[in-house]
Design a binder for this molecule. Structure first.
Ligand SMILES: [Zn+2]
Ligand SMILES: [Zn+2]
Length: 265
């Protein structure tokens, strides 16, 4: 059973997480809505020009794309769109990570009773003291060895490929400029849900990482894995004791994992 102050830490963290997720979701929605409109208009006007130059029908064919210099213009639009989204997505994600990191730090600081702080308190290593929050949230923590920014840019390469493939699929069937532009622009919705999922996963991790940093700074060493509504994977760890370093590496165990830990005192 967790103690009263641990309950309070848990509740503050949950409230902060809900707010952070809602804020990120709102900002991403605005970003993608705007970019989707820009892309739609660029594409529709370019496809209409291609149609005027080429076919006698009302639909754009694959050959019409390849046989005009507009093909590279279209790929440029995809690249520009992905790079604008990526740049803003990094900022939105990073701001939210810095915010959750600082909130979780403050939550620990003002809730842990002074009486339980270990007497054998050791001065934290200088690297931990000198690391800024901006540096802290850029740490790599997954097996892939990438930080959130690198993961975002990897997703943007995949986005350009997806948009290009969608365009050639539509053109292979022969599609009107309007339907083709709309079908391609709608693919941004898939990227938006990836962006939101990535932010949620990073938020979950850096809320835990911040607690771990603060507890270690205070001289604590272990925590107890806590899972409110565990799946099989998370349930296997529920209630078990781990070192703070282990907990930092473990959580979240998978996308949408909401597990956390209690300090072992
Ligand atoms: Zn789980
Ligand atoms: Zn979990």
């Amino acid at each position: 059973m967790s103690k009263y102050w641990q309950r309070r830490i848990q509740e503050e963290n949950e409230a902060n997480m809900r707010k952070s997720k809602a804020e990120v979701q709102k900002l991403l929605r605005e970003l993608y809505r705007k970019e989707s409109l820009i892309l739609f208009h660029q594409l529709e006007s370019t496809f209409s020009k291609i149609l005027k130059d080429a076919a006698e029908e009302n639909v754009v064919h694959l050959n019409d794309l390849y046989l005009t210099d507009k093909f590279y213009t279209l790929i440029d639009y995809f690249n520009e769109c992905a790079s604008r989204i990526g740049g803003k997505q990094v900022t939105i994600t990073e701001d939210s990570l810095i915010n959750i990191y600082e909130l979780a730090h403050a939550t620990v600081t003002h809730n842990v009773p002074a009486a339980i702080i270990p007497t054998s308190f050791t001065v934290p290593s200088s690297s931990l003291l000198e690391e800024s929050t901006e540096q802290a949230v850029r740490r790599t923590w997954c097996i892939d060895g990438k930080n959130f920014s690198e993961r975002i840019w990897g997703n943007k390469q995949a986005l350009v490929q997806d948009l290009t493939r969608t365009m050639t699929d539509y053109a292979a069937q022969g599609t009107s400029p309007y339907n083709m532009a709309q079908g391609i622009a709608q693919r941004l919705a898939v990227d938006e849900s990836n962006a939101y999922r990535l932010a949620r996963t990073e938020l979950a991790h850096f809320q835990v990482a911040s607690q771990v940093d603060k507890y270690k700074e205070l001289g604590f060493t272990h925590g107890i894995f806590r899972s409110e509504d565990p799946c099989d994977e998370c349930g296997a760890h529920d209630g078990k004791t781990y070192t703070l370093d282990e907990l930092e590496r473990m959580i979240p165990l998978h996308p949408n994992c909401e597990c956390s830990f209690d300090l072992k005192v």
